[in-house]
Design a protein around this ligand. Structure first.
Ligand SMILES: [Zn+2]
Length: 139
């Protein structure tokens, strides 16, 4: 009675990741958003590092060797600090999402304000804790 049944099961629209969030944060949507952002940042790093390597070609073999040794660093070194930091934060947010700890402040353990997560999907601390950290980091 299989009449052209779909070869793979359609994506089921239950949201297993939302259990830990009483708030109206759709973790599936957040995850998609984070993954897209990660791809974007990685692509940017990749493009930038490709440019770098291109430029380094005519330089001495010594230099090229160093570049090869530090290739991984260069991929990230090619993008701005802020992009690198953001990539790191996106990665961590994805990890927290996978661990079911997304939306929980890493400092005080309270739920992060939903509107804050909307504005900053990779926020890892609540508004109050972020403020405190920001004022501490100011130099
Ligand atoms: Zn907090």
């Amino acid at each position: 009675m299989a009449r052209g049944a779909a070869p793979r099961p359609a994506r089921i629209l239950t949201e297993p990741g939302t259990a830990c969030l009483g708030a109206d944060v759709n973790t599936n949507a957040v995850r998609e958003q984070l993954l897209r952002r990660r791809e974007e940042l990685r692509q940017r790093a990749h493009d930038a590092s490709a440019d770098l390597r291109h430029e380094s070609d005519p330089l001495s073999a010594d230099f090229a060797e160093q570049v090869t040794q530090r290739e991984n660093d260069d991929v990230l070194g090619a993008i701005s600090d802020s992009a690198r930091v953001e990539l790191e934060q996106v990665e961590q947010a994805l990890r927290r999402l996978a661990a079911g700890r997304y939306g929980i402040c890493v400092v005080c353990g309270e739920e992060i304000e939903p509107e804050r997560l909307v504005a900053v999907p990779y926020a890892d601390r609540c508004y109050a804790c972020a403020e405190r950290a920001a004022s501490r980091a100011t130099r």
